[in-house]
Design a protein around this ligand. Sequence first.
Ligand SMILES: N=CN[C@@H](CCC(=O)O)C(=O)O
Ligand SMILES: [Zn+2]
Length: 421
Amino acid sequence: MKKGNVLIKNAAELVTCSGFQAKKGKEMNDLHVIPQGAVVMEEGIIKAVGTTEEILKNYNESDYEVIDATGKAVLPGFVDSHTHFVFGGYRAEEFSWRLRGDSYMEIMERGGGIINSVRATKEATKEELHRVGKKRLDSMLSFGVTTVEGKSGYGLDYDTEIKQLEVMDTLNQEHPIDIVKTFLGAHAVPKDYKGREDEFIDYLIEQVLPTVAERNLAEFCDIFCEKNVFSVEQSRRLLIKAKEMGMQVKLHADEIVQLGGAELAAELGAVSADHLLQASDQGIADMAKAGVVATLLPATAFSLREHYARGRYMIDQGCAVALASDLNPGSCFTESIPLVFALATLYMKMSIEEAVTALTINGAAAVGRADQIGSIDVGKQGDVIILEFPSYKYIPYHIAVSTVEKVVKKGVLVFDKEVKS
Ligand SMILES: N=CN[C@@H](CCC(=O)O)C(=O)O
Ligand SMILES: [Zn+2]
């Protein structure tokens, strides 16, 4: 039997999330569920999808590793489309300061925040970053994540930004989770460039971006477009150059202050704009029109005790919404997909169906891979999860606890809660 040949049968619900592009507005409620479903994968690619009766008529079980999913729901693997999972050090002290009342930006403005992680990441060896990165990927896999986006941004200089991207490259080759790399050299203003932000953007454009693009070290370029970080004009300048060098673009937009990041994302044809807690009505309308995925990060709002992004309103305005963890050492140290589900459904007024879409096909769209992953469709990569419960509705219902029992990646069983190591 060839590697990657799997037949999963008798799924109480086969939640296909069928589609090859982002789902917008009302489409987000449509999960395309097949009761008593089955899926066949050959050499890691989905070959057939249907009811178990149909599939067993046409495929011989002896040719496959068979997984009996009786009483269980099967879904596409989750796509966590916004993380900063490769970083050195921790910032637990800052968390306690925030509990005391200090704000995220106050800590950043007095020289803490991202800059603290930059120092620790510069000091960390590649081996250390690899070890902690792998540990975090293992944890994500246990939550059913099969593809993750990972950003650099804790270097802010050539050597450390490249080091982070290279570590992600190695992990991508070794770990079952696929990693989509994003260059976030403009994540904060380094101390030496305070007040000279334009020169720092010039430095990134002239001295770092060309290597990232030439060596194909990242598919995306991102920027923290925020008051007291990088302006709309600086963001536009960097991202236009990144596009000219063949990269796709994303933005950390309108997180703390309404700056016009959502409007800029639409103007530039960004693949996604992320955070969006303060996005304006006009920005949301522009994003819906331009087809920019709105990537919402409710665990960050929760951790910072901010109000949540207007997910319900964005969907009602016709946006495609994705959800992601935002795993990072500062504003949101969690890889918990169940927490994201709980917050999106309970506090952002998203239906369970919309939340499932946001973490599967729309997560895939947010990393430019909706044609390859994010749904159980013939021709796509065989990335699926099997829950320990019969319906996808158990995901947020079992509050903040993982319901994922098994993970199949490219047709291979890579995580099984039942098998104790
Ligand atoms: N907001 C900016 N960047 C990160 C936080 C990074 C950090 O605090 O280390 C985010 O997406 O939440
Ligand atoms: Zn981020």
